[in-house]
Design a protein around this ligand. Structure first.
Ligand code: SAM
Length: 257
């Protein structure tokens, strides 16, 4: 899909977005960020969870501590967060229930794990899409996907549609001055979304929550500023790019009308 680069850019955010929560609370496996709390709410009770890109392992450890899931795999591609996840699991005496694996994407999932839910959170939507796409062979099709992209929602929804996943639930939430989206999906056979539904989220378009509307009001201002900059630019901006941003601004204007 053309001209979606700006929308796909992950928002610039502090180095450790979850180190402290909205009210300055220290965030860890006992006190999750509001973002991870909402992700946690979409993990089915008693699930066998694979948390891919787990970082400190806060999500699976918090869910296990609460007795909300049966078992988990925490997958990490990078050594430092992998060791952090191992430490969190060890310090909570959960080594028997949570397996931490150093692995790229869904390679963390082994056939015998019996995974029933997969969370992939805190990454760009395109990264999440690529993790799902290159790990397709590891998906049984029975797992619930709980995805929390930081931008790039449109190409992620496109992948879900192309692979027969129906979006069951969507949320927009704002924390620490960033808008976050959560997309919950399950494989359900052929599903068709319009271009606007892929852009805004099919269920969010229906629900029109206050957080969703405020997010798109903000986005519209950004698009309008971008178009104004283009108009003043000394060097010509490719027409295709201008038309793409103009189309997005038109869609948002129609949504908010
Ligand atoms: C910003 S952190 C998010 C951590 C946690 N999921 C959350 O939402 O708070 C992203 C993590 O994903 C990991 N990651 C990125 N690409 C990955 C991949 N292909 N496979 C496994 N982990 C990955 C990074 O190493 C990093 O620790």
């Amino acid at each position: 899909m053309h001209g979606i680069a700006r929308q796909n850019l992950a928002p610039i955010r502090p180095k450790a977005p979850d180190a402290r929560g909205e009210k300055g609370l220290q965030l860890n496996e006992q006190t999750l960020s509001m973002r991870l709390e909402r992700v946690a709410a979409h993990v089915p009770a008693g699930a066998r969870l694979a948390d891919i890109g787990s970082d400190h392992g806060y999500l699976p450890v918090a869910l296990m501590r609460r007795g909300a899931i049966a078992a988990a795999v925490a997958g990490e591609v990078a050594l430092t967060p992998f060791r952090a996840a191992e430490r969190t699991v060890r310090e909570n005496d959960l080594d028997l229930q949570i397996t931490v694996r150093l692995a790229n994407g869904l390679a963390a999932i082994m056939p015998g794990d019996g995974i029933t839910a997969i969370s992939i959170c805190g990454m760009g939507g395109e990264t999440i899409r690529d993790i799902l796409d290159s790990g397709k062979a590891r998906l049984s099709g029975q797992e619930r996907l709980v995805l929390q992209p930081n931008g790039g929602e449109q190409p992620l929804r496109q992948w879900l549609m192309d692979n027969g996943y129906r979006i069951l639930c969507e949320e927009v939430l704002r924390e620490n001055r960033f808008d976050y989206e959560i997309i919950v999906a399950e494989r359900a056979g052929p599903v068709m979304y319009t271009a606007e539904e892929l852009y805004f989220g099919p269920l969010q378009m229906q629900a029109r929550s206050p957080a969703f509307l405020v997010k798109w009001q903000r986005k519209l201002r950004q698009k309008q500023q971008t178009l104004a900059h283009f108009a003043q630019a000394r060097q010509a901006v490719p027409e295709e790019k201008v038309q793409d941003i103009a189309r997005q601004a038109r869609w948002i204007t129609e949504l908010l009308a």
